[in-house]
Design a protein around this ligand. Structure first.
Ligand code: SAH
Ligand code: SF4
Ligand code: F3S
Length: 438
């Protein structure tokens, strides 16, 4: 049997795409390997959201060169967001002559053909022509988990935040047909899945391009009816599209988890406007208040960019203030990275690297303290955990997540995999909680 090895960088979109790729390859008779040196086929899904993400992917793919030398029959393909961006594709082509083919984010269903062409042709094949999204409905994915599943609800993005490359590499926003989404959730339920996470760059604007009056809250309401599914999550939400109807859905639908990832990006209105985010700090705080009122115990997480062009000490102080006011459960922090082709890359007032690094450190230190405080407040409390498997760090204990998306590890029997367990929290750390079965 031929073996394939998958390298996945970037966000859940790529994770989900790699499940579809695995599905196609296994249908073609390939078997997965976790050892790249014995693979007949290596596929990488790349990310270019920040320069560092791009460099990481590029570095890793360059390192595959000796494998190709040792085994000339090895086929290497590179997909994901980098090939979709002409600058990044050029970098890849220059640094990686050992790659046989490149494919874009809307070419997954072309894989069987690309494999053939890549194997046959001497010159690297490139296919980044957008294909109809419906093509991938026929693919049966091979999923990473048997308990929790990703379900794409929309592709692409229309928001054009001034710093962001995603709309260019993932295309305009397209909502997946609700019947396809709900059918997939039903199928997952019948296969024993307990949790679904709806994926989209901006799930809140779901349905705006569909006939009929579809909306994200409606999709949540319909999914909530599907028997067998215990938990529904979703990422990512854009503050400008958080409606009272969404908050109402989160407050009333029993399966929709008490967690919202709501990227703030900056606490300064001036910077938010320059980022083209479409909301102010006051509006964001209003949403937070309504959420906390209507969804008691809700966990909030966010993304923050430091060092956006023109960000002054004062602007940064406003971000620090916002973080301390909201007290997020967790933050993904990023140093602004100019992406060629985006508006902000040519804005004046690019912030020096050292300043960006200092701001990041200040932010991370404050947030770590807050996260730990919030986690410590859970000690002694009982929480519901969906048991997802053995802990990565210590396979002798079980690991799962609370409805608020916090990782909990605890001793217990493997028979609990896939079930909801009540766990008493004994110890809090920054990234996880330790507990005991009730
Ligand atoms: N659609 C999602 C996620 C987009 S990418 C959203 O809007 O939230 C994930 C995060 O990467 C963004 O929220 C942003 O914080 C960060 N990011 C995007 N482009 C960036 C850039 N050029 N430099 C630094 N961080 C960036
Ligand atoms: Fe990028 Fe903004 Fe779209 Fe998110 S909403 S993917 S940050 S353009
Ligand atoms: Fe990266 Fe593409 Fe996701 S650029 S963040 S993998 S949409």
């Amino acid at each position: 049997m031929k073996k394939y090895y998958l390298l996945t960088f970037g966000c859940q979109m790529n994770m989900r795409d790699s499940e579809l790729i695995a599905g196609q390859l296994e249908a073609l008779g390939y078997e997965r390997t976790t050892d790249q040196s014995c693979a007949d086929l290596i596929l990488a899904l790349t990310c270019c959201v920040r320069g560092s993400a791009e460099d990481r992917a590029l570095g890793r793919i360059s390192q595959l060169k000796p494998l190709k030398r040792d085994n000339p029959r090895l086929v290497i393909g590179v997909g994901g967001c980098m090939p979709q961006n002409p600058d990044s594709l050029k970098r890849l082509q220059e640094a990686c002559p050992h790659v046989d083919f490149f494919f874009g984010t809307r070419n997954l269903s072309e894989l069987p053909r690309l494999l053939e062409e890549g194997r046959r042709d001497d010159k690297a094949v490139v296919d980044v022509t957008p294909r109809d999204d419906e093509c991938i409905e026929k693919i049966t994915p091979v999923r990473q988990s048997a308990i929790s599943a990703w379900v794409t609800i929309s592709y692409g993005c229309n928001n054009y935040c001034s710093y962001c490359i995603v709309p260019y590499v993932r295309g305009p926003e397209r909502s997946r047909k609700p019947e396809h989404v709900l059918e997939e959730v039903r199928r997952l339920a019948s296969q024993g899945y307990k949790e679904v996470t709806f994926l989209g760059q901006n799930v809140n604007s779901y349905g705006k391009d569909l006939p009929g009056d579809w909306s994200f809250p409606r999709l949540l309401r319909e999914a909530n009816e599907i028997e067998g599914i215990e938990r529904i999550r979703f990422v990512t939400s854009h503050p400008k599209d958080v409606s009272s109807e969404l908050i109402e859905a989160m407050a009333t639908l029993n399966k929709v988890c008490e967690h919202l990832h709501l990227p703030l990006q900056s606490g300064s209105d001036r910077i938010l406007a320059s980022m083209n985010r479409g909301y102010t700090m006051a509006r964001y705080l209003e949403i937070v208040d309504e959420l906390r009122l209507r969804v008691p115990g809700i966990a909030l997480t966010t993304d923050i960019i430091v060092g956006f062009p023109g960000e002054s000490e004062e602007d940064f102080a406003m971000t620090m203030d916002a973080v301390q006011r909201v007290r997020f459960d967790g933050i993904f922090t990023f140093i602004y990275s100019p992406r060629p082709g985006t508006k902000a890359a040519s804005f004046p007032g690019q912030v020096p690297k050292e300043v960006k690094k200092d701001r990041l450190q200040t932010l991370v230190a404050t947030q770590n303290r807050i996260t730990l405080e919030l986690n410590q407040a859970l000690v002694g409390k009982d929480v519901e955990v969906l048991v997802e498997g053995p802990s990565d760090k210590d396979p002798s204990v079980l690991a799962g997540r609370t409805r608020t998306n916090k990782v909990v590890t605890f001793p217990g029997d493997r028979a609990l995999f896939g079930s909801l367990a009540m766990v008493r929290i004994k110890k809090a750390r920054l990234w996880s909680l330790k507990g005991e079965l009730r």
